[in-house]
Design a protein around this ligand. Structure first.
Ligand SMILES: [Ca+2]
Length: 335
């Protein structure tokens, strides 16, 4: 099916403003975070209330600038804010990975745009947006959960203003992606988003016990969502504003795509939110190890009561990557 047609069909049930899901998007400024942003906007199912940047894979100032420019390119003046410099987890992504998405703010399609001045602080923007919303908001987190953990530590009452928390992170039954020391003979167990701030991840997962509705898109699911050269080629052929933006964003990971090493990591959180039937889920109480050799590792916790939905694979016969392409193709261009 033509992806434009799929996009129209996808948006058909929720194109009315009143039907749209109010969403806060908290990301860490990597290539796949921007793909997730395009999916959220292009689906036309989301009323994007704010975009915040956490300490993670990208660089804060470049990510704030790129977010504002992409939103402006899509005709949105959604407020954007970066994390306070001191608000970060104890670990980091490798430096060589952290430069990979700084090019997004220099894409030709976002030049000459003038987004609103960024807000000064991500946590303050998240709190204000939740406080001001007339209905609970869905929060999509595609980096370390540092910002939202800080929000709920500062304002525990705001748990009632969160309809659904959807997070990309963790690895349950598949190896993690945090590189092990060369001396280690054990496979990696931790996933990077949870590893960077394991305390925040554990703290947030514990909020399931207080009734917070949490969904995780884990590496178990994203391993089944490789962005293939064919997928990228189809995207380029579609030749819409959204697919041109996505192709520009993904240009720096071309080698990884060609070698089968690039996946729809953060976009899987958007799939979990907007097309949950296309993923297989399990429900468990979960914890994250905060220190030691398993730091950042996700495990099932028999000692916890709060249940979390964790995506562990793709439903047979479903094609979430086609939805991803369709939503990207549906990205509007600023008039
Ligand atoms: Ca990310």
């Amino acid at each position: 099916m033509d992806v434009i047609l799929i996009a129209v069909l996808a948006a058909g049930g929720c194109a009315q403003q009143s039907d749209r899901i109010p969403v806060l998007f908290d990301h860490d400024g990597a290539t796949d975070d921007y793909i997730a942003l395009l999916m959220l906007v292009g689906s036309q199912c989301c009323d994007l209330r704010g975009v915040t940047v956490s300490y993670g894979l990208g660089h804060r100032d470049a990510a704030v600038e790129a977010s504002g420019l992409l939103l402006a390119a899509m005709g949105l003046d959604t407020p954007v804010a970066g994390h306070a410099p001191s608000l970060r987890g104890p670990n980091s992504f490798p430096d060589s990975w952290r430069d990979m998405s700084d090019h997004v703010k220099a894409l030709p399609m976002v030049q000459g745009l003038h987004p609103p001045k960024p807000r000064p602080d991500a946590v303050a923007l998240l709190i204000q947006t939740l406080d001001d919303s007339d209905r609970p908001v869905t929060v999509v987190v595609t980096g370390p959960v540092t910002n939202i953990a800080a929000v709920l530590a500062q304002r525990p009452d705001l748990i009632t203003k969160i309809e659904h928390l959807v997070v990309m992170g963790g690895a349950l039954r598949v190896p993690g992606n945090v590189r092990q020391p060369e001396t280690s003979e054990e496979p990696a167990t931790a996933e990077h988003n949870f590893f960077v701030d394991p305390g925040a991840a554990d703290q947030v997962l514990a909020l399931a016990e207080r009734g917070l509705d949490i969904t995780i898109a884990s590496l178990d699911a994203t391993n089944e969502l490789p962005l293939t050269p064919y997928w990228l080629g189809q995207l380029r052929n579609d030749n819409t504003f959204g697919t041109e933006l996505a192709a520009g964003i993904l240009a720096v990971v071309e080698t990884q795509v060609q070698e089968g090493r690039y996946f729809l990591w953060d976009g899987a959180a958007v799939v979990a939110l907007l097309s949950p039937d296309s993923l297989r889920f399990e429900t468990h109480a979960l914890r994250v190890a905060e220190s030691g050799s398993s730091e950042g590792t996700l495990r099932v916790a028999d000692d916890r009561s709060g249940q979390v939905n964790i995506a562990i694979g793709v439903t047979d016969g479903c094609q979430p990557l086609e939805w991803a392409a369709a939503w990207i193709a549906g990205v509007p261009r600023a008039r």
